[in-house]
Each structure stands twice: as structure tokens, then as C-alpha cells.
Design a protein around this ligand. Structure first.
Ligand code: SF4
Ligand code: SF4
Length: 175
């Protein structure tokens, strides 16, 4: 049995279909430009920006202590847990004997990051968080490798995000 449908007479004329489609498109365009403008599902980016929830896990932030120094202790747990292997840390001895290590370099290649949040979950001292920022503009590759200056002290953070860690919990974690 053949399943090929026989072409009907009305299908042989394609012009009515074209005019019907154009009428539909034109009608939608007029509606969107007039009465339906507020309900359009598209935004005029970058003039109009979508407001995500404050819980949105976007661009990374390295938190700071109350004195403004980095909270990160360069333990490498975030880099070890990162499935995209896009975190690179260079650790150094701290001159303060109560601080074991600190990062002299901390970089995230944001083009490789898959925003899984494992780095944030792995950190025992709340030194890295993912925030509601989601725009990552740049014109060349080097602008997508975020360094300490960007991760902790970019102007949008207004002096950095202060994190206060419970010292009892910190000792329990052995950091
Ligand atoms: S969000 Fe995931 S992929 Fe991105 S830096 Fe953190 S662990 Fe790596
Ligand atoms: S897990 Fe936290 S403390 Fe350890 S290196 Fe990463 S950001 Fe720093």
C-alpha cells in the first residue's frame, strides 16, 4: 500500500500559501509594534536587560576578609573539583604565620567554565561565590581569563564582597 498522498488541486498553487504566510507575519509585526509591545517575548538588548533572580549562579566572585584581603587560602579544592579544568592557582607562603598559604595568582578561564558551581560547593572557607552577574563581554581571548583583580576587586563589587567565616567551622575543616 502506498502512503504517498496524492497532491490535491489546491496544493499545486503556492501563491495563496505565500500570501497567507506573509499576512500572518505582517499581522504579528503590526501587533508587536503597537498594542502587544509590552508582551513581546524579546528584549532590545543591550538597552533592555533581563533581571535574573539574585540566586542566579553567574560570574564568579572571590570574597574578601573584613580588612579587604582575599579570603582564599589556596587550598586548590576548587581547581581540583572543576570539571572544566579552567581554574589556575599559584600559591605562596604568607608572611603571617597564622595564614598558611594565599594565592599570588588566581585565574578562571570563563570561556571554558560550564557554570556548574562545583568550585563554590568545594570551597571550605566561602572564598568563591557565583553571583547574579551574567554578562561576559570582551573583544579578545585574554579578556575572558579573569584574574584576582577582576574576580575580587572589579568596580561592580564596590570594594569586594566581605565574607565572615565561623572560625570553629574553619578549624573543623582543618584550614
Ligand atoms: S563553575 Fe564549574 S566549570 Fe566553572 S570554574 Fe567553577 S567548577 Fe569550574
Ligand atoms: S577552594 Fe576556596 S580556599 Fe581553596 S583555593 Fe579554591 S577559592 Fe581558595
Amino acid at each position: 500500500m502506498s502512503l504517498v498522498r496524492r497532491q490535491q488541486a489546491k496544493d499545486k498553487w503556492y501563491l495563496p500559501g505565500i500570501f497567507k504566510g506573509m499576512g500572518l507575519t505582517f499581522g504579528k509585526m503590526v501587533k508587536n509594534l503597537t498594542v502587544g509591545r509590552k508582551r513581546m517575548p524579546t528584549l532590545n538588548y543591550p538597552e533592555e536587560k533581563y533581571e535574573y533572580s539574585p540566586r542566579f549562579k553567574g560570574n564568579h566572585v572571590l570574597t574578601v576578609k573584613q580588612d579587604g584581603s582575599l579570603r582564599c587560602t589556596a587550598c586548590m579544592l576548587c581547581a581540583t573539583n572543576c570539571p572544566a579544568e579552567c581554574i589556575r592557582i599559584v600559591a605562596a607562603e604568607h608572611e603571617d604565620p597564622t595564614v598558611e598559604k594565599y594565592p599570588i595568582s588566581y585565574e578562571i578561564d570563563i570561556l571554558r567554565c560550564v557554570f556548574c558551581g562545583f568550585c563554590e560547593e568545594a570551597c571550605p572557607v566561602d572564598a568563591i561565590r557565583m553571583g547574579p552577574e551574567w554578562q561576559t563581554p570582551g573583544v579578545n581571548g585574554s579578556e575572558f581569563v579573569y584574574d584576582i583583580r577582576h574576580l575580587a576587586y572589579r568596580p561592580q563589587l564596590k570594594g569586594g564582597i566581605v565574607s565572615v567565616v565561623d572560625e570553629t567551622e574553619r578549624h573543623k575543616a582543618g584550614i
